[in-house]
Design a protein around this ligand. Structure first.
Ligand code: ADP
Ligand code: ADP
Length: 227
């Protein structure tokens, strides 16, 4: 589903963000990208979303070469991607429900259907009872789970999460990861970049990066998440 073949990405000033990376991710996998700050995790995610393009090598997502995508191809790729970022841009003057409905409204879904699907998404991240609250009344961890709901409300095939648990306590962080992993069990491919080693015990596949290089790819048996 996602194949990196000898991919490199450079930035001006002689910065090698990603260097000769080769690995692939199968549909339905949950993969953690880990390594210290600056290792290239974010750059890998940005390339999968076609926010950045490889300077060298080949990256294909759903059989499409990212380097050759035209704007229409990028738009359709992004419709199949849910993004969860470290700082959520939840709209403070709208309810949680409105925030989660937004991706559906902008793509032309009727209000009634958008509302039903947003409520269902909130239910899956265990926040159905907060639909009418405003974002600022929720904890950081709850806001991140709203972001997960908003990312999946369009039913993407892939979720990309970049440091989704930054600044969260351990219990809240685990709930965010469990919310993402619930969608994995529903068949969504999940890729999570994190430098938090403690979260890796939830992982069944871990890719270790350092200074832009892939150091190790490890397969594990994951404990039950309790959901
Ligand atoms: P991580 O997500 O693991 O912290 P990044 O992918 O953000 O790593 O960054 C990898 C390297 O590329 C770092 O050295 C970073 O400073 C550099 N980098 C990332 N984005 C840019 C950019 N837009 N311009 C220049 N350098 C960048
Ligand atoms: P993220 O990589 O999660 O977007 P960062 O804090 O690493 O967040 O980067 C913020 C912005 O600055 C991004 O647009 C990134 O591309 C850019 N950036 C990161 N590192 C560098 C760098 N060394 N030089 C210039 N721009 C950078």
């Amino acid at each position: 589903m996602i194949e990196f073949f000898d991919v490199s990405r450079f930035y001006p000033g002689d910065i090698t963000a990603v260097s000769n990376i080769t690995f692939s991710i199968q549909p339905g996998e949950m993969v953690f990208l880990t390594g210290p700050s600056g290792a290239g995790k974010s750059t890998l995610l940005k390339m999968i979303a076609a926010i950045e393009k490889p300077d060298d090598g080949t990256l294909t997502v759903n059989g499409q070469d990212i380097a050759n995508l035209r704007p229409a191809g990028i738009a359709s790729l992004r419709q199949n991607l849910g993004l969860v970022l470290q700082q959520q841009a939840l709209l403070e003057d709208r309810t949680i429900l409105d925030n989660v409905m937004l991706p559906l409204i902008v793509t032309g879904t009727s209000r009634a259907e958008a509302e039903a699907r947003a409520n269902a998404a909130l239910d899956k991240v265990d926040l159905a009872d907060r639909a009418w609250f405003r974002p600022q009344t929720l904890s950081g961890g709850e806001q991140q789970r709203v972001a997960v709901a908003r990312a999946i409300v369009n039913k993407p095939k892939i979720i990309l999460a970049d440091e989704p648990t930054t600044n969260l306590d351990r219990e809240s962080a685990v709930k965010v990861i469990d919310a993402i992993s619930f969608f994995q069990s529903a068949g969504v491919t999940c890729i999570i970049a994190t430098h938090d080693g403690q979260l890796l015990e939830r992982a069944n596949r871990i890719i270790y990066l350092k200074q832009g290089r892939l150091i190790k790819s490890e397969q594990r048996v994951r404990p039950q998440t309790g959901r």
